[in-house]
Design a protein around this ligand. Structure first.
Ligand code: PMP
Length: 297
């Protein structure tokens, strides 16, 4: 049986119990992070911690966890479940209280985490690509906070899956917001990569940020701006990014092929660039090459 983490302890999942009065359960008054684990190591852990802290601040949670607590929970689950590749999901709720729309100070947050083995580097859709359906964005006005209020995304994804699509890109007035659990990118006919700029209408994906950096390092021009469904359908390429997939090529939008209807070259070099950066051996401090100044001394 898998080990999970609950409020300071690792335990068998069957042992983990939370109160029916937990505000996460009653109000989705709760936030989460999903961090990739590759070769037994968390990926972009600092960035996930920063986003968790921001989500806590935006919702006014009283006791955001420390970075070493966050890191320790990940290490505990990786070791306890012998996780080589997959994700750690960590959720934090405002805590337990009598049901009331108004919340009061002094609640102790509930912290729950589990791990799941997954193929990320060899994601099955990374080569074949995915088919997207556009659908109205049914979410609230603070999509920048990573809350567990995911009913809109869950309904939307289930509906499009039942109609034979892999995922939905949520739209408002013809503008693409993002995928149900990923950020949306297109490549125009000049080879410029376009992804929506950050605001309260999308989540600031950790992978989005990393992919923008990698794209720039590889010499691509990146424009952070809104784009329409029509622009996406006429794009040379489209892809989406998320922690558990890195990047997946979008080969069809609303039944229309994107580009030639195959995974594109820009997507391929970005995905490879991301994986190369991840697997490149890190320079550890005591093996750091000497600086010019040190060599002269
Ligand atoms: N947008 C939404 C709505 C998401 O749920 C997610 C994944 N949680 C993302 C974007 C991608 O974020 P990340 O790259 O941090 O996984």
């Amino acid at each position: 049986m898998a080990l999970v983490y609950l409020n300071g302890e690792l335990m068998d999942e069957a042992q983990a119990k939370i109160s029916v009065f937990d505000r996460g359960f009653l109000f989705a008054d709760s936030i989460y992070e999903v961090t990739a684990i590759i070769n037994g190591r968390p990926v972009y852990l600092d960035d996930h911690f920063k986003r968790l802290t921001r989500s806590c601040q935006e919702l006014g949670f009283e006791a955001p966890m420390t970075q070493s607590e966050f890191s320790g929970i990940h290490q505990g689950l990786i070791m306890g479940n012998d996780l080589h590749e997959g994700v750690v999901y960590l959720q934090m709720t405002r805590g337990v209280a009598e049901r009331n729309f108004t919340y009061f100070e002094g609640l102790a947050p509930t912290v729950f985490a589990f791990s799941k083995a997954m193929d990320i580097l060899d994601h099955p859709k990374a080569r074949s690509g995915i088919k997207i359906k556009t659908a109205p964005d049914l979410r609230w006005a603070r999509c920048d906070i990573k809350t567990t209020q995911l009913t809109a995304q869950s309904m939307t994804k289930t509906t499009v899956n039942r109609n034979g699509f892999d995922d939905a890109w949520m739209t408002k007035d013809g503008w693409v917001m993002e995928g149900t659990s990923n950020n949306a990118f297109i490549v125009d006919d000049r080879g410029v990569i376009i992804t929506r700029d950050l605001s309260s209408v999308i989540l600031a994906g950790v992978t989005r940020m990393a992919v923008i950096d990698i794209a720039k390092t590889l010499g691509f021009t990146v424009e952070e701006r809104a784009f329409t469904v029509t622009e996406a359908q006429n794009a040379r390429e489209a892809f989406c990014t998320s922690t558990s997939t890195i990047a997946l090529p979008v080969i069809e939008i609303d039944g229309e092929p994107v580009g030639r209807g195959n995974p594109g070259d820009v997507y391929k070099s970005i995905r490879q660039g991301f994986i190369d950066a991840l697997l490149r051996p890190k320079v550890v401090p005591n093996q750091m090459p000497l600086s010019l100044k040190q060599m002269r001394e």
